[in-house]
Design a binder for this molecule. Structure first.
Ligand code: SAM
Ligand code: DTB
Ligand code: SF4
Length: 330
């Protein structure tokens, strides 16, 4: 439901790509109830606050990744419980997409534990998967690592709707988390995705030992891209045994709320996704995140390799909060 006042607010809000770090810090540090109120006001001006996008993730190629991302259970160099698995057959992936559609998801995101896409048979199969999911009438998304402009174009031609490639953290903190590729590589991939007219999904993780300044730094880069990403996932670190970040403390809900609310205020049109970490949040905590402007989630019992809330408990949550799944391609 939209109120007349909310539509009036929209006209007063300018979409900006020239935020200063100081301005973002000021928003981030606003007293919490004022921050939530402001974010909710922006949210309601640009979106239907009852609508939440429901996305399903599937790991189509699991484990054995050559990168050293300190948070990731799929990096070959860390000793985690993740079993290496080759690319799933196309039919199996399409079956999972059909199931996701039937359970109410409108976006299907396929992830691969790759550093980058290579022009090989596996990429051809991913293109087939993209075609198949697109034909089902779902928004199809991939997260496959770094992409060239040509590969982005091929994905677009196969029907790819969105591409996820996270900045993960600030440029300053980046090399504390990943050393096998740099920040510029990330930005180049995002530019290739944008250039191919694919919807951009890019966000990051909190709870990796970064400072608040790093969180603000990441939001600063995202909000000052030539066009805001259409989706910004905010992940709370899922600490996995065997990874260098296994002992990181859980982030408090207020930190998630501040990230989500700040992203909402500085990127009003963007879908802000309450991503990894929901399994350790109560319904009340998730409710605060929706109040602060989150309007997208990953649903399904699994993220890529770690647990996510049960589909039935999410259905109950939607009922309790009066939320509805957002339609595809809106
Ligand atoms: N390999 C590709 C890449 O790194 O771009 C795609 C898959 S990768 C798993 C996608 C994203 O998942 C990462 O950029 C990171 O933001 C997120 N992620 C991975 N492990 C995580 C964890 N333990 N907790 C929270 N987010 C995580
Ligand atoms: C994103 O920002 N979060 C998702 C998706 N994009 C690919 C991945 C979360 C992964 C959490 C750890 C796991 O399940 O392996
Ligand atoms: Fe590999 Fe992606 Fe995990 Fe990094 S986040 S180790 S690139 S699967």
């Amino acid at each position: 439901m939209r109120f007349v006042e909310e539509i009036a607010v929209k006209e007063q809000i300018e979409i900006r790509n020239d935020w200063t770090r100081e301005e973002i810090a000021e928003i981030y540090h606003t007293p919490i109830f004022d921050l939530i109120y402001k974010a909710a006001t922006v949210h309601r001006a640009f979106h239907d606050a009852q609508e939440v996008q429901v996305c399903t993730l599937l790991s189509v190629k699991t484990g054995g990744c050559p990168e050293d991302c300190a948070y990731c259970p799929q990096a070959a160099r860390y000793h985690t419980d993740v079993k290496v698995h080759k690319l799933l057959p196309v039919e199996e992936v399409l079956q999972k997409a059909q199931e996701a559609k039937e359970s109410g998801s409108t976006r299907f995101c396929m992830g691969a534990a790759w550093r980058e896409v290579r022009d090989n048979k596996d990429f051809d199969k991913v293109l087939e998967m993209v075609q198949g999911v697109n034909k089902m009438g779902m928004e199809v998304c991939c997260t496959l690592g770094m992409l060239t402009a040509e590969q982005a174009q091929k994905l677009k031609e196969a029907g790819l709707y969105a591409y996820n490639h996270n900045l993960d953290t600030s440029e300053e903190y980046y090399d504390q988390v990943i050393t096998t590729r740099n920040y510029k590589n990330r930005l180049d991939t995002l530019e290739n995705v944008r250039h191919a007219k694919i919807s951009v999904c890019s966000g990051g993780i909190i709870g990796m030992g970064e400072t608040i300044n790093d969180r603000i730094g990441m939001l600063h880069v995202l909000a000052n891209l030539p066009e805001h990403p259409e989706s910004v996932p905010v992940n709370a670190l899922v600490p996995v045994e065997g990874t260098p970040l296994e002992s990181q403390e859980k982030v408090s809900v207020w930190e998630m709320v501040r990230m989500i609310a700040t992203a909402r205020i500085i990127m009003p049109r963007t879908m802000v996704r309450l991503s990894a970490g929901r399994v350790r949040m109560s319904l009340e905590e998730q409710g605060l995140c929706f109040m602060a402007g989150a309007n997208s989630i990953f649903a399904g019992d699994k993220l890529l390799t770690t647990a996510n809330p049960e589909v039935d408990s999410d259905k109950l949550m939607f009922e309790m909060f009066g939320l509805q799944p957002r339609k595809a391609f809106k």
